[in-house]
Design a protein around this ligand. Sequence first.
Ligand code: ZN
Length: 321
Amino acid sequence: MVVVTKQLLDAFIACCVGRRDEYAYQRSDGRYARAGCPLTYDVVYRHLQGVQTIGSYLIDEHGLCRFAVFDSDASSGLVDLLQVQSQLAGVGVPSYLEQSRRGAHLRVFFRDPASPALVCRWLLPFCPDGVEFYPKQNALSERVPLGSLVRLPLGVHRVTGECYPFVAWSHGQFVPVAASLADMLAWFSTVLRVPVPASIPLPVADQATPTTPRTIPFTSVPSETTLTIRDWCRQHDPVAMIGRYVALDQKGMGCCPFGWHHNDGVDAHPSLWVYRPSYPDLCCWYCHAWKQGGSLFDFFRYYYGLSARELWSHILAGGHF
Ligand SMILES: [Zn+2]
């Protein structure tokens, strides 16, 4: 048995637990079932002892989140996320690598609880193709009352019977950040929790209500490049790219992130349809409530509240989404 003090538990919970009035436990087939009761110290303690493995809902009772997770199920997950870790470090954001059953997680811990929408705008641009990002929702709604779930670290995976450590890249290999579970728990007192910046460009939806919905023309092509906005749209799969910003079902339906034309500023029922365009048409999304859609370029213009020129400069500068 590992000796776990309340102080150690507090540091762990502050980093890794979202919602406190609800959680889920992992079944023997690896799937999760809603527990229907609060996530107490005792529940976390039993998770760490390997008695029961639990998952935490990222978005808490107040609609805020305390951490974000990049989740790669690829066998190259650790290496892929090491690159993301390095990119984040380049802009002053510390993040922490954790092994997982199939690949890896990269976690970013926040100093204060933050809006999931803000967190997505801030960190999603660092998420490579094929990697999942949590929180998956911009907000909770009637349709999604709990949001996504992420396995709490340092428990025993019910399928493999393994406990996956946090690791660091050292001398050409990944090594656990601590030798024992007790030491890894103590390590949580040392992790850096970063403030979520307040100055991320807001989507148009959060700024002002446009009087007339606009269609963005494809005209802004800088003279020093032969790449056009049309080319750029054609080079990317809109379902995959928009799917990283909006949780889409199998039909490509999801909640529209542009709130201004929805009641109370939130699309409570999925109104956004994302699809692969039939060229030469570039339109790839449509909001049924707004009765308007556009190209992939339009989507990011609205999402980030940028002018066509600003967004195009970002793309030409190698900016990713
Ligand atoms: Zn809409």
